[in-house]
Design a binder for this molecule. Structure first.
Ligand code: ADP
Ligand code: MG
Length: 474
């Protein structure tokens, strides 16, 4: 994997010319973001950052990631239906982490009242890096699974044309033909459409919970467009709108501005800063309703880092997926080392090991959206501070994945073209729909490759660190 586009990366003038062509093609294809200056308006937009070349990914690892996606769908769905497991797993975390505690509180309220929702929709993205083993061969290791607001399925469908363009300009037509076609937004929309259909009310609409400032609007529009082509209408509202104009009837059907809602699709609500008191109330209202939430509160909790860590404990996968040893083996093969920091001997041991070899670990709080993890010296300082306090239970420790770096150019508006040492993260989109106890859809629907310079430990595309990419299978 190490060497990629070799001599092409040496010729600065050619790189600049290629970059100009690539950027124009990206704009023409709709690989777009709103600007940081005007995140609520599409008057001025720019291209979403991307790599000049597709990055080399071993075909075997791509296939492995696709093959395990249906297992991950089943696993997330199983966790979401297991209150005892969720309660036990999160018991120490919710004492110390207020955000998880509030989500859990809503979960408890909904359980106590009785779950009105009968159709369940999961749209997730499982993310991996390629661990460089001792013998130099790469292995697929899961970073995390995103069960809420998993993004870039729309833009990822627009980037293959850009890399094909770059390779065609270089008369590398055979190579261009190897770029995989990819359309996650179509598959994600298929899941939403299925859930909408099973909800069973022809006039009901889909409600997308949107943020006021949304740079990634075109990614979301790609899904909206697919739905509209199926004659399913989607309305975009904020939590604030729900609290003002949302209501439930006596059967707990959800109405927004008087319009019945079949499916609620969250592209907000995964970070503490996204919740005011009013927004928490709106979230509870949505969860109490019989509309299909994507995700419902249980599935959001199933995506926490604490749950991920407990899933790696011996016997847990077997308990959650009984009679499915092959699925269990496929899942476990992708797990990196994950360690609980709960008070007690096991947590003490993990902390001792991390302090002895900081470069081999990552400290993770229960947060989504990038930029929250701690590495190196920062991790050491945090662990020293936390180690005698119960607060440490709100974190987990994870083995640090070390992929082999390679060279590529990261293209960003306003930045000069230059070659960086990079690593990639592969995401696979998964979709499932369950009606009562019956699984009616379980699919993988495409991929996302993001690449960043190795000088950045953390952060995604939205955080301005990673850029969009395509796997070039080798
Ligand atoms: P978030 O929910 O904030 O996206 P992630 O677990 O995905 O949290 O971590 C954010 C980023 O940090 C990842 O995209 C990856 O670049 C880096 N990262 C996370 N875990 C590891 C790990 N175990 N080894 C190496 N890098 C990691
Ligand atoms: Mg992530």
């Amino acid at each position: 994997m190490a060497t990629s586009w070799g001599s092409l990366l040496q010729d600065e003038q050619q790189l600049e010319e290629l970059a100009r062509q690539a950027v124009d093609r990206a704009l023409a294809e709709g690989v777009l973001l709103r600007t940081t200056q005007e995140p609520s308006s599409s008057d001025v937009v720019n291209y979403a950052p991307f790599t000049l070349f597709p990055s080399l990914v071993p075909s075997a690892l791509l296939e492995q990631a696709y093959a395990v996606q249906m297992d991950f769908n089943l696993l997330v769905d199983a966790v979401s239906q297991n209150p005892a497991f969720l309660e036990q797993t999160l018991s120490s975390t919710i004492k110390m982490d207020n955000f998880t505690a509030r989500l859990f509180d809503i979960y408890k309220q909904v359980l106590e009242e009785g779950i009105a929702q009968t159709v369940f929709l999961g749209l997730n993205r499982s993310d991996y890096m390629f661990q460089c083993s001792a013998d130099g061969s790469p292995a697929l290791k899961q970073i995390e699974i995103n069960t809420i607001s998993a993004s870039f399925g729309g833009l990822a469908s627009r980037t293959p044309a850009v890399h094909q363009h770059v390779l065609n300009v270089l008369s590398k037509t055979k190579e261009a033909a190897k770029i995989l076609s990819n359309n996650p937004s179509k598959g994600l929309a298929l899941g939403i459409a299925k859930a909408w259909e099973l909800y069973g009310s022809a006039n009901a609409q889909v409600l997308l919970i949107a943020q006021e400032k949304e740079r990634n609007i075109f990614d979301q529009r790609a899904i909206e467009n697919e739905l509209l082509a199926k004659n399913i209408h989607l309305i975009r509202r904020r939590f604030e709108d729900v609290s003002e104009k949302g209501s439930l009837d006596q059967d707990r059907r959800l109405f927004m501005d008087g319009q019945e809602i079949a499916v609620v699709y969250f592209r907000d609500g995964y970070m503490p800063s996204q919740y005011s008191t009013q927004n928490w109330k709106a979230r509870l209202l949505l969860e109490r309703s019989c509309a299909v939430k994507c995700p419902d509160i249980a599935t959001q909790l199933a995506g926490t880092k604490k749950v991920q860590q407990e899933l790696s404990r011996a016997g847990v996968l077997e308990m959650l997926l009984p009679g499915q040893p092959e699925a269990v083996a496929r899942l476990r093969a992708t797990f990196a080392g994950l360690y609980s920091l709960d008070m007690g001997e096991e947590g003490d041991q993990a902390i001792t090991e991390a302090l002895a070899a900081p470069s081999r670990f990552v400290l993770k709080p229960q947060r989504e959206g990038g930029g929250n993890n701690l590495y190196g010296e920062e991790m050491v300082q945090a662990l020293e501070q936390l180690k005698d306090h119960e607060e440490r239970a709100s974190y987990i420790l994870m083995e640090k994945i070390e992929p082999e770096p390679f060279e590529n150019c990261l293209l960003r508006p306003g930045s000069p073209v230059r070659v960086d040492q990079c690593i990639s993260e592969l995401g696979i989109f998964g979709v499932y729909v369950r009606q009562g106890k019956t699984l009616v859809m379980n699919k993988h629907v495409g991929h996302l490759l993001r690449t960043k310079a190795i000088k950045h430990a953390d952060g995604g595309v939205a955080a301005g660190v990673a850029v969009l990419d395509n796997p070039y299978p080798v």
